[in-house]
Design a protein. Structure first.
Length: 331
C-alpha cells in the first residue's frame, strides 16, 4: 500500500529520518568532541570501548559515539612525561571537554588550556595541589572528582592493622614526583601515629627506583607494605605483586585490580563509579554548565576486596570482623 505524502512524512519523522525538501526536516546533529588523557597503554580488546565505564555512562546520557559524540583518546603508555604533548594535541583539535585520569594528566591539561573545560579523575586532593580554588567553587576551567585522601589513608591503615594485628612497621611505596600522591603519603604518616605504627617512606621517581625500594624492604623486613596508586606505580604493578609474593609480605593497595591480581587487600573508590560520575560532569558541561560553578564531588562508592588465597599463602587468618565487611573475596 502506498502512503500519501503526509503519511510518509509522519513515518519518517517517527523513525528519526529526515524528509528531503520537507519544512519539518531537522538540521544535522551537532557532533561534540571529548578528549581523554589516560595513563596506561591503549587496550587491545576490540570491544573495550563498549565496556569502558565512561563511554557506557555517556551513552546512557544520550551521547553516542558516531552519532553526536566523538571521543579523542590519548594514552600515555605508562609514560607520564608524554601528557603535556598529548594535552596540546587535544587543545589543537579544539575538543569541547577534556577528561583526565591521574594528577599528571590533570596538571598537563590545566597548563595546556585556560578555556576548554577539564574534568579530573584520580588526581588526589585538587585543592591541596592547586588544581582548583575550592571544592564548592572550583573557579577556572577545572572541576570533577576529588579524593578523600586523609580519611581513606587512615581507613586503609586501620584495615591493614586489623588484618595484620602485629603490625608495627609499614613500608609505604609511592611516586614522590606526584604532588597528589605525596599529600596522600603525608596523610598515611599522620594516620600511623595513633595506631602506634612506624612508617618507612619509600618514594620512587622512575622505574629504576623500584629496585632500590625492593632492596630496602628486603634488608629492613617491614611487617607490611602500603602501596599508593598512580600511573608510575601502576605500570610496575606486576613487579610489586611478584615482590610481595616472593617475600611473603602482606600489602594494602588502593585499587581492586591489585587484590584481584594477587595482593592481599585493597580498599578504595569503585573505579567504574568514578568514571560514571565524570560522565555526569561532561554531560552538564556539554549542556551549558560552567566548570567554575560545578562543585568538585567526592567518591560515592567504596569497596573492600580481600584475596584469601594470598592470605593463606602468607599464613594469615583474617579475622571475621574484616571478612564480613568485604565487598568481594577472592577464594
Amino acid at each position: 500500500m502506498r502512503l500519501p505524502a503526509f503519511g510518509l512524512t509522519l513515518v519518517l519523522a517517527l523513525t528519526g529520518l529526515s524528509v528531503p525538501g520537507s519544512v519539518d526536516a531537522q538540521p544535522p546533529t551537532k557532533v561534540v568532541r571529548i578528549g581523554t588523557l589516560l595513563p596506561p597503554a591503549r587496550p587491545t580488546a576490540p570491544d573495550w570501548k563498549e565496556r569502558w565505564a565512561l563511554a557506557k555512562a555517556l551513552r546512557e546520557l544520550g551521547w553516542v559515539e558516531g552519532k553526536n559524540l566523538a571521543i579523542e583518546d590519548r594514552w600515555a603508555e605508562g609514560k607520564t612525561e608524554r601528557f603535556p604533548a598529548l594535552a596540546a594535541e587535544l587543545v589543537g583539535l579544539k575538543v569541547d571537554v577534556i577528561v583526565t585520569v591521574s594528577w599528571p594528566a590533570a596538571v598537563a591539561a590545566k597548563n595546556a588550556t585556560a578555556t576548554i573545560p577539564v574534568v579530573i579523575v584520580g588526581a588526589g586532593d585538587p585543592v591541596g595541589t592547586g588544581l582548583v580554588k575550592s571544592l564548592a567553587r572550583p573557579g577556572g576551567n577545572v572541576t570533577g572528582l576529588g579524593d578523600l585522601d586523609t580519611e581513606l589513608s587512615a581507613k586503609r591503615l586501620e584495615l591493614l592493622k586489623e588484618a595484620v594485628p602485629k603490625l608495627s612497621r609499614v613500608a609505604v611505596l609511592w611516586n614522590a614526583g606526584d604532588s597528589g600522591m605525596t599529600l596522600r603519603m603525608r596523610a598515611i604518616q599522620a594516620a600511623s601515629r595513633p595506631l602506634g605504627v612506624t612508617v618507612r617512606p619509600l618514594g620512587v621517581h622512575s622505574v629504576e627506583d623500584f629496585e632500590v625500594a625492593f632492596t630496602a624492604m628486603t634488608q629492613e623486613r617491614p611487617d607490611a607494605l602500603f602501596v599508593v596508586a598512580d600511573p608510575l606505580v601502576g605500570t610496575n604493578r606486576k613487579r610489586i605483586l611478584d615482590f610481595t609474593a616472593r617475600h611473603r609480605l602482606p600489602a594494602m593497595f588502593e585499587l581492586r585490580l591489585y587484590a584481584v591480581d594477587g595482593g592481599l587487600m585493597a580498599y578504595g573508590p569503585n573505579q567504574d563509579g568514578r568514571l560514571r560520575q565524570a560522565a555526569a560532569f561532561v554531560d552538564k558541561i556539554l549542556k551549558g554548565a560552567r566548570p567554575a560553578d560545578l562543585p568538585v564531588e567526592q567518591p560515592m562508592r567504596f569497596e573492600l576486596v580481600l584475596n584469601l588465597r594470598t592470605a593463606k599463602a602468607l599464613g594469615l587468618d583474617l579475622p571475621q570482623s574484616i571478612l564480613i565487611r568485604a565487598d568481594e573475596v577472592m577464594r
